[in-house]
Design a protein around this ligand. Structure first.
Ligand code: FES
Length: 106
């Protein structure tokens, strides 16, 4: 387990999604109010980049077929709207060090 500097805190706004690459992995940083989360970047339906999606009611919504995921647990809240299936996202531990967002990669 290693902690990596993923982004500066001020690079992600209060209700935003940000793509980052740490430890050779693509991740999604999520800031929802005062909470920060990190998940895998790609939608498990058809591999869309979730940083181009949106946050609605605190959940990540894929911009392609609108699968919805919990940023805290990665679980699928609602499936893709084309009748396909999605599986949970990976989640990573996050902490703040000074002005930096740190993510632990196994
Ligand atoms: S690619 Fe994300 S819901 Fe289809």
């Amino acid at each position: 387990m290693t902690w990596y500097r993923a982004a500066q805190l001020n690079s992600i706004n209060q209700s935003g999604l940000l793509r980052a690459e740490v430890g050779g992995k693509e991740i999604l940083l999520i800031r929802s109010g005062n909470n920060l989360y990190a998940t895998s970047l790609r939608c498990t339906h058809e591999n869309d980049d979730l940083s181009s999606g949106t946050l609605e009611d605190g959940n990540i919504v894929c911009g392609f077929h609108f699968a919805t995921y919990s940023p805290a647990t990665g679980e699928v809240i609602s499936p893709p709207q084309d009748g396909g299936e999605a599986t949970p996202l990976k989640t990573y531990r996050v902490k703040i060090e000074g002005e930096d967002i740190m993510v632990e990669i196994p």
